[in-house]
Structures are given as structure tokens and as C-alpha cells.
Design a protein around this ligand. Structure first.
Ligand code: PEP
Length: 251
């Protein structure tokens, strides 16, 4: 059985004190009885603060992005080694805001996955279709293309360090979430793809999170579906009570 995984993407929100307080509230809530793995993705500049606040707790901290290059003249970028150096364990890669606002293509996503894995980080890899793509019946084609491009060159042994997040673009920050059945159908499809790219055992072990307007009132139903192993939460992760309620909704 796959352990639930709940992650909060704080995006470009909060100030330093707000980040510390939010991390402290989550830390307070997470105990040995918490049934889900937990990850927080603060803005880069607050990573060290959050790592300090959650020290000793069973909470992962991650970067919302990372550079597809190793070191050098890449102004404004943050490398995998820098993330590790400040205590981050995970890199969020391929988020739809990176893909659509910053025109990050599949090739860049693939290079970032490779950099993160080479730097001993875990990866949370996001895939998802736009509304137009869904309405024209292209959901499977889009997530298949994104997934197979991102995993190109990823060895089977490294898959254990990857979690997928299915995030339909039309559901992110819109208040319009996919129904549990809609999400389940895509999750099952993704799991099948992993089975084909690797093997059934790897596919069974891989955690696939859903993201897109997850709130305390829909989290339980979503995570109750057979192939939905957790949730990636944006807006609601900024409210400690809401995020902690979602945390408690795992299987
Ligand atoms: C996200 O940013 O990954 C996300 C799912 O956002 P929201 O929960 O606000 O839709």
C-alpha cells in the first residue's frame, strides 16, 4: 500500500515571518500518528528558515524549481546542489505555472529531472492538460508526452525518488477541481504508462498526487480513489487549518 503524500506549494506568497509561522503551524500538527508524508515548497529565499523551523519533524522541504544546469554563469538560477546545501530534499519540476507562464518546455523539464536526481534530490514531477486540450479529447496524449519526455534517461532505480502530480491546468487556482472520477481516470492511465515504461511493480509503488483546487472539503474523496495517493495543494496550503485538515484526509 502506498503511503499518502500531501504537499503544499506556497508559490510566490508570504514574507519571512509568515513562512516561519506557517511552517511552525504545520510542524505542530505533524506527529508520529500522521498518516501522510508531508512536503512544503516555500519560496527559495525562505527555504533555510523553513528547514530550521521544521528541524527534527518528519516533513520534507523542497524547492519550487531548480536550474537545468549544474553551476556557473546562470544569473538568477538555483542549482540542485544549492537546494541540498540549504537542507531541501525535493524539487518541484514541471509545475504548470513554469510550463505556461515561463514557457518551460518538455526538454527543459527533462534536464531538470536529470539534474535533481543527479544531485540526490527527490522529484515531484507535474503533468497536466489545459482546458482546451481536455475539451478536444487530448488529455491522455498531453500527459503521455509530458511524462515520457520528463522520464527520458531516468533509470528504474531512480524512480523510487520520483512522485508524480497530475495537475489539470484548468483546475489550478480556479476553484474548479477535477471530479474524483476524472482525476482517477488520468491517474490510472499514468500508472499504466509507468508500467509500460518500467514494470508493473514500479508502477504499483509510484505515488501519484492530484493537484488543482484541493480543499478540506474535497480532499478525502479525492484521496479515497484507488490511484490517488495524495494531493499537491496551492492556495489552501497557505492557511494552516485548511492544510492540516487536508493532511488528516489521507487514506
Ligand atoms: C498548485 O499550485 O500546484 C495548485 C494545485 O494550486 P491550487 O491548489 O491553488 O489550485
Amino acid at each position: 500500500m502506498r503511503r499518502s503524500y500531501v504537499a503544499g506549494n506556497w508559490k510566490m506568497n508570504l514574507d519571512r515571518q509568515g513562512a516561519r509561522s506557517l511552517a511552525a503551524a504545520v510542524r505542530e500538527h505533524v506527529t508520529a500518528r500522521t498518516r501522510a508524508d508531508v512536503a512544503l515548497f516555500p519560496p527559495f529565499v525562505y527555504l533555510a528558515d523553513v528547514v530550521q523551523v521544521i528541524a527534527g519533524a518528519s516533513i520534507r522541504v523542497g524547492g519550487q524549481n531548480l536550474c537545468d544546469q549544474g553551476v556557473g554563469a546562470f544569473t538568477g538560477e538555483i542549482s540542485a546542489a544549492m537546494l541540498s546545501d540549504v537542507g531541501a530534499r525535493v524539487a518541484l519540476i514541471g509545475h504548470s505555472e513554469r510550463r505556461h507562464v515561463y514557457a518551460e518546455g518538455d526538454a527543459a523539464v527533462q534536464r531538470k529531472v536529470a539534474r535533481a536526481l543527479a544531485g540526490a534530490l527527490e522529484v515531484m514531477l507535474c503533468v497536466g492538460e489545459t482546458l482546451g486540450e481536455r475539451e478536444s479529447g487530448r488529455t491522455e496524449e498531453i500527459v503521455r508526452t509530458q511524462l515520457s519526455a520528463a522520464l527520458q534517461g531516468v533509470a528504474a532505480r531512480d524512480l523510487a525518488r520520483i512522485a508524480l502530480a497530475y495537475e489539470p491546468v484548468w483546475a489550478i487556482g480556479t476553484g474548479r477541481n477535477a471530479t474524483p472520477d476524472q482525476a482517477q481516470a488520468v491517474h490510472a492511465y499514468l500508472r499504466g504508462l509507468i508500467g509500460g515504461l518500467y514494470d508493473d511493480g514500479q508502477a504499483e509503488r509510484l505515488r501519484i498526487l492530484y493537484g488543482g483546487s484541493v480543499k478540506p472539503d474535497n480532499a478525502k474523496q479525492l484521496m479515497g480513489m484507488a490511484d490517488i495517493d495524495g494531493v499537491l495543494v496551492g492556495g489552501a496550503s497557505l492557511q494552516p487549518e485548511a492544510f492540516c485538515a487536508i493532511l488528516d484526509s489521507g487514506k
